[in-house]
Structure formats: structure tokens, C-alpha cells
Ligand binder design. Structure first.
Ligand SMILES: [Zn+2]
Ligand SMILES: [Zn+2]
Length: 237
């Protein structure tokens, strides 16, 4: 069946559109130019770290800012093709990217998966959702749930009011602004109570949005939270 489908729709590279031989999603040259995280990474956010270690290590950001979640993973660094893929997914109506990207996320996230975990996407503001018609985090969460064989709930969280632009605001203010903006949807709160939650988003920058989403899950009774993002923004890129 897959062979027949491939004969009619040969797989294309997600970045350059060239033909590819595998289902991996990228051609050789684009794959080489894509900053996949490999080797030692921060146990809380997936940022690559130098050296090797037998125990969980944390990046400077996660040491400086307490994270309200237990562990986190990211298959990509937000640079080069990593950044390009996120932007195409977010603004380019490229739903094909979500399925492949979710597979990459599932692979790095599987080792931290907990029993009975529920995948929950970080919500978009309703106005942005209307304009964009889809929440890229929800597409990723759906793909991850499929790949990992876990449940997911696309509308467990919401942004309650318009989130002002965060540009030019200090770190504390960003956290405070976002904190109030994400809440559990009352009719879905039962699904979060007593549950382990895997929060899913496309990008982690400061972690403020994920922190607000995690706080909302905890407030609804979630017992433990892990996070998985497609790409982690790091200082060196
Ligand atoms: Zn390519
Ligand atoms: Zn970190």
C-alpha cells in the first residue's frame, strides 16, 4: 500500500521540495543543514549541552529559572532549517510538516514518557486561532499522541484574554503577563485532574508560555508534567 502511494506521491523534502527516498522528511543536504539535537541535552528543555554525562544536566536558563515541569525534550535547535520548519508550520499552511515533526518529537520524548500520560497542546489566543485556522501545537500533539500511542486533548487549555505583545517587556513582566492568560477549560478540567500531562508546543524561547500552561495544568490537578517542543531557542544560535 505504502509503495503504491509513494509511486503516485513520491515523498518530498519538507524544506526544499526535492524528492526523497525515505519517510524521514528531509533530503540529504537539507538534513545535514538541520540542527537536530544529539548527544547531551538539558533534561528540562532539550537545549544541547557540551560534553557528556551519566546524570541529568540542566542548561544555564533552566538553572536560573525554575521550571514547573519534571523533564523536557526538543529534537531541533531553533536555527537554520530548524527555524525554517517552525515558521513554515506556523505561517505556511504546511500541515505535512506536522506529521513528520511530531515523529521526531515522539522519538526524543519517548524516554521520558510516563504511564497514562495525556498530550495537551499549548493554546493559541482565539483571535490568532481564527486568523490562522489551526493551532500548530495541536497538530503536533495529535501526531505525537498517535506516534506514542497515548491520549490527547486538543482543548484542555485556553487563553482567556488577549495576550498583549511581549516585546520590550522584562522577563518578570513576561511571566506575569502570560501567567494570567492560560487557564484550564472548565469542562475539560476533569481530564487533567490526577493525570500526568505532556505539554506540547512548537517552540520554547524563555519558557514563559510553557510555564503558564504548566501552572494551569497543576491548578486543574495534573500530578506531573513533562514538555515536548519541536525547537528550542538557544543563545548561541
Ligand atoms: Zn531538501
Ligand atoms: Zn534547559
Amino acid at each position: 500500500m505504502q509503495t503504491a502511494v509513494h509511486a503516485i506521491y513520491p515523498p518530498r523534502c519538507l524544506v526544499c521540495g526535492g524528492l526523497v527516498e525515505s519517510d524521514f522528511g528531509l533530503c540529504g543536504p537539507c538534513w545535514r543543514d538541520t540542527p537536530f539535537t544529539a548527544g547531551l541535552a538539558c533534561d528540562l528543555c532539550g537545549a544541547p549541552l557540551p560534553g557528556q554525562s551519566d546524570r541529568a544536566e540542566h542548561c544555564d536558563d533552566c538553572l536560573a529559572t525554575p521550571r514547573p515541569w519534571a523533564q523536557g525534550r526538543a529534537p531541533l535547535v531553533y536555527a537554520g532549517n530548524g527555524r525554517r520548519l517552525v515558521l513554515m508550520l506556523k505561517h505556511g499552511d504546511r500541515h505535512d510538516i506536522a506529521a513528520t515533526a511530531a515523529g521526531w518529537m515522539a522519538r526524543v520524548t519517548r524516554p521520558i514518557l510516563r504511564e497514562g500520560m495525556l498530550a495537551v497542546p499549548v493554546p493559541l489566543h482565539p483571535r490568532r486561532h481564527l486568523k490562522r485556522r489551526y493551532n500548530q501545537a495541536a497538530l503536533l500533539a495529535r501526531g505525537m499522541a498517535r506516534a506514542l500511542g497515548i491520549d490527547w486533548c486538543p482543548d484542555a487549555l485556553r487563553r482567556g484574554r488577549h495576550t498583549p505583545s511581549l516585546d520590550g517587556r522584562g522577563r518578570e513582566e513576561r511571566f506575569a503577563t502570560l501567567d494570567a492568560a492560560i487557564t484550564a477549560v472548565p469542562r475539560r478540567a476533569g481530564r487533567l485532574a490526577g493525570r500526568r500531562v505532556l505539554l506540547v508546543d512548537d517552540v520554547m524561547t524563555s519558557g514563559a508560555t510553557l510555564s503558564a500552561a504548566a501552572a494551569a495544568c497543576h491548578a486543574a490537578g495534573a500530578t506531573e508534567i513533562c514538555v515536548s517542543v519541536l525547537a528550542r531557542v538557544t543563545k548561541d544560535h
